[in-house]
Design a protein around this ligand. Structure first.
Ligand SMILES: *[C@@H]1O[C@H](CO)[C@@H](O)[C@H](O)[C@H]1NC(C)=O
Ligand SMILES: *[C@@H]1O[C@H](CO)[C@@H](O)[C@H](O)[C@H]1NC(C)=O
Length: 248
């Protein structure tokens, strides 16, 4: 008897699964009118229709296999985004003062004056990197010089970058000492970047890969080599200087 009931309900299920049945309320009233004593069920195992007993715990019907997702939903290329105009602080060795917060145009100034062996360094921070950002990369580019766009190298254009583990709070001093808690001695400086010639041949360049986070901060240092001046002066605008790219 149980077997017979099973067969009957299966047939009904298949009949009720016809694509012409579109309205759930019509199904319910159909059950009441055409098969008194049955109840409408719509189960995840594929049984949809009028049944005397709850069919939802039966093994799934072959036709109820979950639809395979369209390839476009799994292989969709991540979208690339960029963040420009990081906050920038030029750091004077051994100084405790905060620098570069009042500048009209934020800039990186890695400066070793002629006759000196010390060079200013710089700390950059990109704020509000979205959660879930991946493949963070520090890039730079130069555009034709304007009042705001300036990409100037004198002497050695060699420089190095290193990611900071965090950044001083907005109310804290960003200085040589203020950065110390965020410098990981084990973190490696990038191989030397060469900013020479960028003014003459504008374009974009992808630099070091960085760990993504809500804040992404790096420090830069220029070359202390030689007797002459080494200076890398780069303004940070939407079209010039350092920017961060990431994928979402
Ligand atoms: C770019 O900056 C350097 C360094 O401050 C400066 O000497 C030069 O005059 C600037 N260039 C322009 C076009 O403003
Ligand atoms: C570049 O540096 C040299 C010293 O090495 C200096 O004599 C010269 O004036 C500098 N040029 C500019 C444009 O600052």
């Amino acid at each position: 008897m149980a077997t017979k009931l099973f067969a009957f309900t299966s047939l009904l299920a298949l009949a009720a699964a016809r694509p012409t049945v579109t309205s759930r309320s019509a199904d319910r009233s159909d059950c009441w009118q055409t098969n008194p004593g049955t109840v409408f069920y719509s189960c995840s195992n594929g049984y949809t229709g009028c049944f005397y007993q709850d069919p939802c715990s039966l093994p799934p019907l072959p036709s109820s296999a979950p639809p395979t997702p369209l390839p476009t939903t799994t292989s969709e290329a991540p979208e690339k985004h960029e963040l420009t105009t990081p906050r920038s602080y030029n750091i004077y060795p051994l100084s405790t003062a905060q620098h570069n917060v009042q500048d009209k145009v934020p800039h990186v100034d890695l400066n070793k004056p002629a006759g000196s062996a010390t060079t200013t360094t710089n700390a950059l921070v990109f704020d509000n990197v979205p959660a879930g950002a991946k493949n963070c990369i520090l890039n730079w580019r130069s555009t034709a010089p304007t009042d705001e766009n300036n990409f100037t190298v004198n002497g050695s254009g060699q420089a190095w970058t290193r990611q900071l583990t965090g950044f001083p709070a907005k109310t804290d001093i960003v200085s040589f000492d203020g950065l110390k808690p965020f410098q990981d001695p084990a973190a490696e400086w990038t191989p030397s970047l060469d900013f020479t010639g960028w003014t003459e041949s504008p374009g974009s360049h992808a630099g070091s890969k960085l760990e993504c986070g809500e804040q992404v901060a790096v420090e830069l240092k220029g070359s202390g080599e030689g007797e002459g001046e080494n200076r890398v002066f780069i303004t940070l605008t939407k079209t010039n200087g350092f920017f961060l790219t990431y994928e979402l």
